[in-house]
Structure formats: structure tokens, C-alpha cells
Design a protein around this ligand. Structure first.
Ligand code: FAD
Length: 586
């Protein structure tokens, strides 16, 4: 097996991974950086982000206001020291991106433009039309090309972390074009592998978002934090789950039920605002958890519209006019035309809530370090935690930049001071075992199971039991079903025996990751007997700060269901209060 010696391995070349690579190269040009990605970097999910990235830039805004919106939006489950660090760094990072060439949309004066976004009281979301992620990722990718110390390994699928003497020694990965295993020996690894929306059937997430990094860390003994908090975005296109950005509502789009009512006014989301005027923090620009929950209630009342794709409500953009839609939202106009055959200039677009983002992830401290020495994590796979029980739209792209850099700085400091030398014998042994496990998959006996069968059973049970509203019986059933599916996956025999781009093999590996991640969602949800942010229990309808103002920590117990423990939330200046989106205080 080929062995590559590095100082830092970064797994994932999306926004967080590329930002980390650049920061490492800048911190110390002598560091040998290996950047691994299971797809070509520009195909990472960051590319799909549409709406924008938050950071204080205008005179009427302040760091305190961004802090308050984020902490309140997260239902006080955010670590406030991490949020403070985040909002302080955000404007610097977005400006740095500007200097690297990111084409932020501008006002007529030439100043950077900002748009309203859900749960943000003030306009602070920087955007590049409705292709922000595409431009952000391009900017990072082209900047990363300047640094010869960044060695890229594209289409290389990480299968195992190497751990010995209680610390990281590197990782093992499958080179997809040859089927060969590679060993990367390094004292530090940064996981930037993105989210896990694919554990649900209806999601905005690309097919590669299968929670691999979360599972790798979990298997290595690192807890997954706050996994029960799964964000539904209120405006997904039915059928495909393709996202219509929150920028649609930011620009003035409204939601209507089958009677044409702007129903959000019935859910404590404030008085109906005049059409065409920007609204902030109320009605359509309330936070995503509240809007998705309102859809569920409308569905129970029979106020949704039955379509061939299931129940929907409408996104109405008609009053914005063709010129504004073309200037600000050209991409979403195309998406609605192509995927549901509707032109938003003249017709209402059917939409429904769709799984979008994992607030939970690999437990890290404020330095992006996990409890396992040498292992760091940043981006959507990590939980640092700035998103608490509900992420505000547009905080995530900025989080990639702020904590991607932070993880790199922490890893560089670790490598240059604390890190003991690699235990090469132990690393070699583990790599050989990992290779043998992969080879054994080709010889597995046919137990009558199929990849698609188990994957569908997993996504179905997640939707039924761990969706927008949950209860004890549903979550218990989902947890039991997932435990059974984890056992049953051993009965999938590989039909494709080839070495070259064997996607059946990588999908089997991804499925194993998804099942473990899904189980942490269900079991953490079962243990949290309260309703907070995106975790809504029909049997425990209130928030319960005395028992649950704490992070859930899911620890792997191998074949068994995870053990759930708790960690106190860091509170610096904002005591838990009432989340008010009625407009009374805005
Ligand atoms: C449609 C959509 C629109 C969004 N819009 C916005 C928005 O407007 N504003 C906002 O703030 N947020 C938005 N988000 C959320 C945000 O885009 C994501 O949270 C963020 O881009 C995740 O970035 P990341 O770097 O953590 O991971 P990703 O960009 O998902 O990259 C993950 C990387 O890990 C690699 N990887 C994964 N597993 C392995 C493995 N086993 N081996 C090797 N490599 C691996 C992948 O190849 C990839 O390079 C949106 C999300 C979606 C889905």
C-alpha cells in the first residue's frame, strides 16, 4: 500500500476544507498538506448554496445584534463564547474573500449589498446573486491553487482514521479510479466532510452528504453533539427536494395556503406585512424551524394543496415583478421552471419543507479541536456550537470560513509543538486491517439484502419517526428499526466486483456511515424530553431549561445503540428568554 507522509491531512474540499488548506499554507509554508475529497472539489455541496453569507457590515447593524439573533434563533443551545468569536471574525472573513475575488453583489453606490434573511433582525446577508456558494467555492478553490504545499487527492474516499496511543496517526482512503488503498500518515487530521441530510428521503442535500466524517470520528470515540437537531427548510421544490433559497422570501416572496391566506400570521409570526415591503424577523422571515412547523399545522387543518408530489403550500413571488426576479433570483426562476414547470413571474410555486442541514455534528471545542488529540473538525460535519437548536440561514457559509481557518491554526500549532512522532508500526498495522476489511466486502455472502432496500427503509423510518414532529413511540420505533438495519446491512453482497470507480462499494461504505449517524439522531431525540428549536416533541411540548439546557453527546458503543450523555451550554451574556417573532419587539 502506498504511504503518503504529511503534516496535516484535511478530509473534505468544500468551503471548510479549502479555507482550512489555505490557512495552513499561509500559517507555515513548510507544512505538507494533503487535501482529500471523494469528489472533485467544485462538486462539494458548498457549491449549491444560493442565498448568502452573514456578517455585520452596515452602520445600523452591530455585533451584539448578530449575536442576539444567532443565540435566540438557536433557542439558547448555542455556546455563546463560540458565537462571539464567530460574529467578530465574520466580517473579516467575508472581506478577505472579497480581496481574493469573490464577486459579491453590490448596491448602486458600489458598496457591498446585503439582503434580509430568516431570523436576522437586520439586513446582513452578503450575496452573489443567488449563486453565493458557487462563487464562494470558486474563490477558495482558485486561491488554494496558489499554494504548492497543498497536495490534492481528488476522488479519494476516506474509509478509516488511524488512531494509536490515544492520538491521531493519519487516515486510510480508497483511490476510486484504481481501487487501491492509500495510507496517509500525519499527526493531525481535520475533518471537513459536510452534513448528512441523505439519511432522510426528501432533502436539499447532494448525494454525497452521507455523514462519513461524523461516523469516522464517532467510531474513534469522539462524541456526536446535538444530533437530534435537524433543520427543515420551509421552501423545497416538491418531487426533487431542490431548494428555493430563503433569498426568495428575503426579497419579498410570501407563503400562502390553499385559500390564498398568508397563514404565518396565525402562528405567532406577527401581523401581516404589506406586500412588496421588506419584512425583518416576522412572517415569512421568521426562523426556519417555526415556518416548517407552521406547514405541519396547516397540513393537519387541511389547508395545504394536494399535488402529484404530495401536500404543498405556495410561494408567491408575482408581486416582485420580472425585472427584480431576473436581477436577484435568476437561478431559482430557472429551477422552478425546470422542475415543477412554473414561472414564478406569473404563477405561484408549490413548495414544502425539506431536510436541509444538521445542527449537530462532531463535538469540538472553540478551537475546532475534538477530544481526540490531533483530530480537528470544521464546517457542517462539526458542532462547535454556534447553531444551537436551529441554525439561522446564511450563518453556515460564514461558519465554514471562520472555523475552517480556526481548525487550521489549531492543527498547525499542534503539529509544530505538541505532536509526538507517528507510531508508524501501529499505523501500518491499522491500514492493513482497513484494507483487509474492504477486500472482505467483495467476498461477502449474499444474505438477501440490497443496498437500495436498506437505504430506503432507513430514510422512510427517519421521515416517519424523526421528522418535524416527534414523540416517544415514533422515535422508539425508528431507533429499533435502525438498530435492525445496522445488523441487516451485513447481508448486502457486492455485485460489482470491479476495482475502477466501484460506486456500489462506496455506497455500501456510505450506508454504514448513514446508519450510525441516523441512529444518533433518533436516540438523542428520544432522550431529549422537551421541545426546543427544530426538535419538537408532541409529548413534551415545552422547552425545559432546568433539565435540557445542555448539549446531547452521543458516544458509540460499537454494535449497540449510542450512550447519551450531556454537556453544559456555555452562557456568557444572554440568559434564555422567549423567542419572539411576533414583531412586538422588532
Ligand atoms: C442547497 C443548499 C443551499 C444552501 N444555501 C446556503 C446559504 O445560502 N447560506 C448558508 O450559510 N448556508 C447554506 N447552505 C448550507 C451550507 O451550504 C453547507 O452547510 C456548507 O456548504 C457545508 O460545507 P462543508 O465545507 O462543511 O461541506 P461540503 O461543502 O458538503 O463538502 C464536504 C467535502 O467532504 C468531502 N467528503 C465527504 N466524505 C468524504 C470521504 N469519506 N472521503 C473523502 N472526502 C469526503 C466531499 O468530497 C466534499 O469535498 C446550503 C445548503 C444546501 C444543501
Amino acid at each position: 500500500m502506498e504511504t503518503i507522509q504529511s503534516d496535516v491531512v484535511i478530509v473534505g474540499a468544500g468551503g471548510a476544507g479549502l479555507r482550512a488548506a489555505i490557512a495552513l499554507a499561509e500559517a507555515d509554508p513548510k507544512l505538507r498538506i494533503a487535501l482529500l475529497s471523494k469528489v472533485y472539489p467544485m462538486r462539494s455541496h458548498t457549491c449549491a448554496a444560493e442565498g448568502g453569507a452573514a456578517g455585520v457590515v452596515k452602520g445600523d447593524d452591530s455585533l451584539d445584534l448578530h449575536f442576539d439573533d444567532t443565540v435566540g434563533g438557536g433557542d439558547w443551545l448555542c455556546d455563546q463564547d463560540a458565537v462571539e468569536f464567530f460574529i467578530n471574525e465574520a466580517p473579516r472573513e467575508l472581506t478577505r474573500l472579497e480581496h481574493w475575488g469573490c464577486p459579491w453583489s453590490r448596491e448602486s453606490t458600489g458598496a457591498v449589498g446585503v439582503r434580509p434573511f430568516g431570523g436576522m433582525k437586520i439586513m446582513r446577508t452578503w450575496f452573489a446573486a443567488d449563486k453565493t456558494g458557487f462563487h464562494l467555492l470558486h474563490t477558495l478553490f482558485q486561491t488554494s491553487l496558489k499554494y504548492p504545499s497543498i497536495r490534492r487527492f481528488d476522488e479519494v474516499f476516506t474509509t478509516d482514521l488511524l488512531v494509536a496511543d490515544g492520538r491521531i496517526q493519519g487516515c486510510c482512503a480508497l483511490e476510486m479510479r484504481s481501487g487501491a488503498m492509500l495510507q496517509f500518515q500525519a499527526p493531525a487530521v481535520i475533518l471537513c466532510t459536510g452534513g448528512a441530510g441523505r439519511v432522510f428521503p426528501f432533502t436539499t442535500n447532494g448525494a454525497i452528504k452521507t455523514g462519513d466524517g461524523m461516523a469516522l470520528a464517532y467510531r474513534a470515540g469522539v462524541p456526536l453533539k446535538d444530533m437530534e437537531f435537524v433543520q427543515y427548510h420551509p421552501t423545497g421544490l416538491p418531487g426533487t427536494g431542490i431548494l428555493l433559497t430563503e433569498g426568495c422570501r428575503g426579497e419579498g416572496g410570501v407563503l400562502r395556503n390553499k385559500n390564498g391566506d398568508r397563514y404565518l400570521k396565525d402562528y405567532g409570526m406577527g401581523p401581516e406585512t404589506p406586500l412588496g415591503e421588506p419584512v425583518l424577523k416576522t412572517m415569512e422571515l421568521g426562523p426556519r424551524d417555526r415556518l416548517s412547523q407552521a406547514f405541519w399545522h396547516e397540513q393537519q387543518k387541511g389547508n395545504t394543496v394536494p399535488t402529484k408530489w404530495g401536500d404543498c403550500v405556495y410561494l408567491d413571488m408575482r408581486h416582485l415583478g420580472e425585472q427584480k426576479i431576473n436581477e436577484r433570483l435568476p437561478f431559482v426562476r430557472d429551477l422552478a421552471k425546470s422542475y415543477v414547470g412554473v414561472d414564478m413571474v406569473s404563477e405561484q410555486v408549490p413548495i414544502r419543507p425539506v431536510v436541509h442541514y444538521m445542527m449537530g455534528g462532531i463535538h469540538t471545542d472553540i478551537h475546532a479541536a475534538t477530544p481526540l488529540p490531533g483530530l480537528f473538525a470544521a464546517g457542517e460535519c462539526a458542532c462547535v456550537s454556534i447553531n444551537g437548536a436551529n441554525r439561522l440561514g446564511s450563518n453556515s457559509l460564514t461558519e465554514l470560513l471562520v472555523f475552517g481557518r480556526r481548525a487550521a491554526e489549531s492543527a498547525a500549532a499542534y503539529v509544530n509543538s505538541d505532536a509526538p512522532p507517528i507510531d508508524t508500526a501501529a499505523a501500518d498495522r491499522q491500514a492493513a486491517e482497513a484494507e483487509a476489511r474492504i477486500h472482505a466486502l467483495f467476498d461477502r455472502a449474499d444474505g438477501g439484502e440490497t443496498l437500495a432496500g436498506i437505504r430506503t427503509a432507513m430514510t422512510d423510518t427517519m421521515e416517519t419517526g424523526a421528522g418535524i414532529y416527534r414523540d416517544e413511540a415514533l422515535l422508539t420505533d425508528t431507533a429499533n428499526t435502525l438498530a435492525a438495519l445496522r445488523r441487516r446491512q451485513g447481508g448486502i453482497a457486492l455485485k460489482d466486483k470491479s476495482k475502477v470507480f466501484n460506486t456500489e462499494l462506496t455506497q455500501v461504505l456510505e450506508l454504514a456511515c448513514m446508519l450510525e449517524v441516523a441512529e444518533t439522531v433518533a436516540v438523542s431525540g428520544l432522550a431529549r424530553k422537551e421541545s426546543r428549536g427544530s426538535h419538537q416533541r408532541l409529548d413534551y411540548v415545552d422547552r425545559n431549561d432546568s433539565d435540557y439546557l445542555r448539549h446531547s453527546m452521543a458516544y458509540s458503543q460499537g454494535e449497540e445503540a449510542p450512550r447519551i450523555d450531556y454537556l453544559d451550554v456555555v452562557i456568557t451574556k444572554s440568559r434564555p428568554g422567549v423567542r419572539d417573532y411576533s414583531g412586538a419587539k422588532s
